[in-house]
Design a binder for this molecule. Structure first.
Ligand SMILES: Nc1nc2c(ncn2[C@@H]2O[C@H](COP(=O)(O)OP(=O)(O)OP(=O)(O)O)[C@@H](O)[C@H]2O)c(=O)[nH]1
Length: 410
């Protein structure tokens, strides 16, 4: 009887052991989470997916007692009920852009005078060298003339300048280098018509902000100049709203938004390809609401043909003038474009009432005389000059400072 009980007890013992093992293996550990169902391709969309395409769920953290063949991937899991969540580190909030306060613009041209080094070679070294020759015969004067024309001064202005220089050097007789510098300074300054009004028409007029339209051919540096003019205005104590009415080029609005954010100027933009006049209108509206003193509007002004340009700029002007008159239209010109730039410029002056010129890229040319040619050809003052790609490389134009910079140091 006793012998008969032994196998029965062994069987019962084995069954108990097996049961206990099963219980321990299947029991979830305290704190462990149920495995997260991984999305399987096709299944969520109710498609029939061949078994080979169904990806296996990602390996869950296995119970410690089960030795995994591969190291388990520790998945970040929310804590189980009752557990305190570890402090979550919030991503750092994007730092508010630092508002820059550019230096007032007085003396910028003097600070940037070295940027005219290429033109200085022609005017300072070249012309002064020619004029200091002992005998100024016809050949020497021809050379003076050629130098001025090659510096883009223009034929008419060159003829006048040379005629005056000839007369004055003859009267002067013997010439010291300082006499010659004075002579040349006076004649070049005179050719730049120092009496012209070069101030920007800014500030509140009849309770509304002034409106400045910025026009010009693509690539002349129009959008960049708009951004720099905003800085010039802020630097000199004005408050500005920018209108990105160049809806033709998406990047232009983006560019302007960046310029604006750096000096705390709001930028009004529209959808790409949208109506530029609508953006211009909204910009002025925003300027009135925000109580700023100047609204600066960048336009696309693409020069496909004169009629198209006239239509676009005309519409912008008409729509903006529902708020009040446009105070100023600035034409942006590339100094390196020479005579070709001048004929493009004429088209703009014919379709828009241009009141001032912004001459960019003077740092990139030896032909600083273009300033004289532009003013003469268009009859419009150069108000600002671009002397580099830096944000504050745009200077109010001053004929005396400019000529002094052209002639270089004594
Ligand atoms: N060296 C130099 N580069 C300048 C100056 N002004 C503008 N630029 C550069 O000229 C290039 C063209 O400038 P943009 O402002 O994009 O020209 P844009 O006329 O607005 O062109 P669109 O928006 O296509 O009409 C940029 O690389 C500017 O940095 C300047 O005074 N000197």
């Amino acid at each position: 009887m006793k012998d008969a009980l032994v196998p029965v007890l062994v069987v019962i013992g084995l069954l108990l052991l097996a049961g206990l093992t099963l219980f321990l293996v299947r029991r979830p550990r305290r704190g462990a989470l149920p495995p997260t169902e991984q999305p399987r391709p096709g299944i969520e969309r109710g498609e029939q997916v061949p078994p080979s395409v169904i990806t296996a769920p990602a390996p869950e953290k296995a119970p410690e007692r089960v030795t995994p063949t591969k190291p388990a991937v520790p998945a970040p899991a929310p804590p189980a009920a009752g557990e305190t969540a570890p402090p979550v580190e919030a991503p750092p909030a994007p730092a508010a852009p630092e508002i820059e306060q550019p230096e007032p613009t007085a003396g910028r041209l003097v600070r940037l005078r070295a940027r005219l080094s290429r033109s200085q070679n022609v005017f300072g070294k070249g012309l002064l060298g020619l004029l200091s020759r002992d005998h100024l015969d016809d050949d020497a004067w021809d050379e003076v003339e050629e130098s001025l024309i090659s510096a883009d001064v223009g034929v008419q202005a060159t003829t006048e300048i040379v005629a005056k220089l000839r007369e004055r050097t003859r009267v002067l007789g013997t010439r010291t280098s300082s006499d010659l510098r004075t002579l040349l300074t006076e004649e070049l300054t005179e050719a730049l018509d120092p009496k012209l009004d070069r101030s920007l028409h800014t500030g509140v007029v009849d309770g509304r902000p002034s409106v400045i339209l910025v026009v010009g051919v693509n690539g002349a540096g129009k959008t960049t100049s708009c951004g720099k003019i905003a800085r010039v205005l802020v630097a000199d104590g004005h408050t500005v709203v920018l209108g990105a009415a160049d809806t033709f080029r998406a990047a232009a609005a983006e560019q302007l938004a960046t310029w604006g954010s750096r000096v705390g100027a709001q930028v009004v933009r529209g959808p790409e390809g949208g109506d530029p006049a609508a953006v211009a209108f909204d910009a002025v509206k925003k300027g009135i609401e925000a109580g700023v003193d100047t609204v600066l509007i960048d336009t696309a002004g693409r020069l496909q043909n004169k009629v198209g340009l006239m239509d676009e700029l005309g519409k912008i002007k008409r729509v903006v003038e529902k708020h009040g008159p446009v105070s100023e239209t600035l034409l942006v010109l590339d100094a390196t474009a020479g005579q070709n730039g001048l004929s493009q410029a004429r088209v703009f002056t014919e379709v828009a009432d241009v009141t001032g010129v912004v001459l960019t890229k003077l740092d990139g040319t030896a032909k600083g005389g273009i300033v004289i040619a532009v003013q003469r050809a268009l009859g419009i003052p150069v108000k600002l000059v671009g002397l580099g790609e830096g944000p504050d490389d745009l200077a109010p134009f001053d004929p005396q400072q400019f000529v002094a910079a052209l002639l270089g140091d004594e």
